[in-house]
Design a protein around this ligand. Structure first.
Ligand code: P6P
Length: 345
């Protein structure tokens, strides 16, 4: 009979890893898990909502049916507010930070950056979507949270994780002591430890990029894509191309099977498309903790100094040897800016 370890049990068992946290971080991770279960229930019904039509339907509170990403945002903020450990939330769904005003959160020490439902447009076609979150500790002892307390480098994260709402729902997180994955068992409503101590393979044969943007990529990235497609048995090429268009799903596959996920700058997104604070930093923390690498083409994602909340960055993330290889191509040609591509391509 294998021992079932729930997320709650695991968090408490690992609490000893945090000298200063008197259960605060444990309670915060518990709150994230609660919201993830609530969002999972609605994501799984998304198809039904589309069948029933999304106007005129109301939820149990008699509210109009909400867009899923707005719903997810509300659920995570609500769970974090009632848990009492979070003082401010920086969410993709809000231009400004959301201060948590609940009385129970008066002395809260933690800041949460979150993409409540990343890739939400994929719910229309039943493709996996995800929640991505990053947790920082306040740098000031008390008083109103200042923006610079939120704009901390990724190396300062105390925890990071993602939820993937797919064929099964999983929560994967790190607190800087390795990466662990939990699968939701709907029969008991608990996330159960299913992927202890996750490690990403040092090398891989899957590259993941939206090749529809090929003509807009920097030359070095184009060169790398062509490198992946050359036949060479010694390096198991040509590699396989896999792109889901949902970051949590593409990174989850990369973490488990090895490979590389790339979202470079393009002429339409000169700073990259993906957000630093609540997509790239948490994923970089997780992948580095699992033995992989995450770079913006010239340096560690985690060492980027954030200038503003919704800042974007290019990202090359995954198996170390594959990220090293794309950096070679990228730096050989594109250290500065994308090179305008002539019609000849
Ligand atoms: P594109 C989803 O919209 C998202 O933010 C990430 O989840 C995903 O990796 C990326 O954008 C997909 O972007 O331009 O390929 O559709």
């Amino acid at each position: 009979m294998t021992k079932v370890t729930t997320l709650g049990q695991f968090i408490i068992e690992k609490q000893a890893d945090f000298p200063y946290a008197k259960g605060e971080l444990s309670r915060l991770l518990r709150d994230v898990g609660i919201a993830a279960k609530i969002v999972n229930r609605e994501v799984n019904k998304a198809g039904l909502v589309n069948i029933l039509g999304d106007t005129g339907t109301t939820n149990v509170q008699g509210e109009g049916q909400k867009k899923l990403d707005v719903y997810a945002d509300e659920q995570f903020i609500s769970a974090l507010s009632s848990g009492g450990e979070c003082c401010v939330v920086a969410s993709e769904e809000h231009d400004e930070c959301v201060s948590i005003k609940s009385e129970i959160s008066r002395n809260a020490k933690y800041i949460v950056c979150i993409d409540p439902l990343d890739g939400s447009s994929n719910t229309d076609v039943n493709v996996s979507v995800g929640t991505i979150f990053s947790i920082y500790r306040r740098t000031a002892a008390d008083g109103p949270v200042q923006l610079e307390e939120i704009l901390q480098e990724g190396t300062k994260q105390v925890a990071a994780g993602y939820v993937i709402y797919g064929s099964s729902t999983m929560l994967v997180y790190t607190t800087g002591k390795g990466v662990n994955g939990f699968t939701l068992d709907p029969s008991i409503g608990e996330f159960c430890l299913s992927h202890p101590n996750m490690r990403i393979p040092k090398n891989g044969t899957i590259y993941s990029i939206n090749e529809g943007n090929y003509v807009k990529f920097p030359q070095g990235v184009k060169d790398y894509i062509k490198y992946c497609q050359v036949e060479d048995k010694a390096t198991s090429r040509p590699f396989t191309s896999r792109y889901i268009g949902s970051m949590a799903a593409d990174i989850h596959r990369t973490l488990i099977k090895g490979g590389i996920f790339l979202y470079p700058t393009t002429s339409s997104h000169p700073d990259g498309k993906l957000r630093l604070m609540y997509e790239c930093n948490p994923m970089a923390f997780i992948v580095e903790q699992a033995g992989g690498k995450a770079t913006d083409g010239s340096g560690r994602i985690l060492e980027i100094h954030p200038e503003h909340l919704h800042q974007r960055t290019p990202i090359f993330i995954g198996s170390t040897e594959m990220v090293d290889k794309v950096e070679e191509f990228f730096q050989a040609v594109d250290v500065a800016v994308p090179i305008p591509v002539t019609a000849a391509g």
